[in-house]
Design a protein around this ligand. Structure first.
Ligand code: ZN
Length: 190
């Protein structure tokens, strides 16, 4: 355990989390409630935040994901990471703290999956380009102009931070169909 001193401003759930976990974290799956919860802004980027970021990176890489939001590992804070290096050469690992989309442009539909809804892909319409602002893990303000896969990944992760999943972007009919199929899969897996 490298972080011994837990700040008193931390919630008891967070303290428990940091006492119990290290390295690869459990990825929360639909329909767990924490995924529907809107996250709160990160107040201070301290050692605990750095450790959470490191653990999230390890967790995402362990499952070959391209992005992960903090609430997907049980911490409802406005923080996400994106790593497209598996799909695109030289793509940098991006840590986005308290991000928001300043501008969106265009519209494009493409297939998307989510680590919290394993084994499921669906076509989702999203903005083609986004301009996003936030803070990096050093606490510096950053601004990213993104298109293509990066724009899609950013929108997907920022949706998570608002408590939105892929299924919330589907038509009601498609969503009902998904829920029935997913429930059936869960029952069969038991
Ligand atoms: Zn996701």
């Amino acid at each position: 355990m490298t972080v011994k001193k837990i700040q008193s401003s931390r919630t008891s759930a967070e303290k428990m989390f940091y006492n119990d976990c290290m390295g690869v974290l459990e990825i929360r799956k639909y329909p767990e409630k924490i995924l529907k919860q809107k996250t709160t802004p990160v107040q201070t980027i301290d050692g605990i935040t750095q450790r959470l970021i490191d653990d999230m990176i390890e967790t995402m890489q362990a499952v070959h994901g391209v992005g992960l939001a903090a609430n997907q590992v049980g911490i409802p804070q406005k923080l996400c990471i994106i790593d497209l290096s598996l799909r695109e050469d030289k793509a940098p690992l991006i840590v986005l703290i308290n991000p928001w989309i300043v501008e969106r442009d265009g519209s494009v539909e493409a297939e998307e999956g989510c680590l919290s809804i394993p084994g499921y892909l669906t076509s989702i319409k999203r903005a083609e380009k986004v301009f996003v602002k936030g803070v990096n893990r050093e606490g510096k303000n950053i601004a990213i102009e993104a298109e293509g896969l990066l724009a899609r990944a950013i929108q997907h992760e920022l949706d998570h931070l608002e408590g939105l999943l892929l299924i919330d972007r589907m038509s009601p009919i498609k969503r009902e169909f998904f829920k029935r199929r997913y429930k059936k899969q869960l029952n069969e897996a038991k």
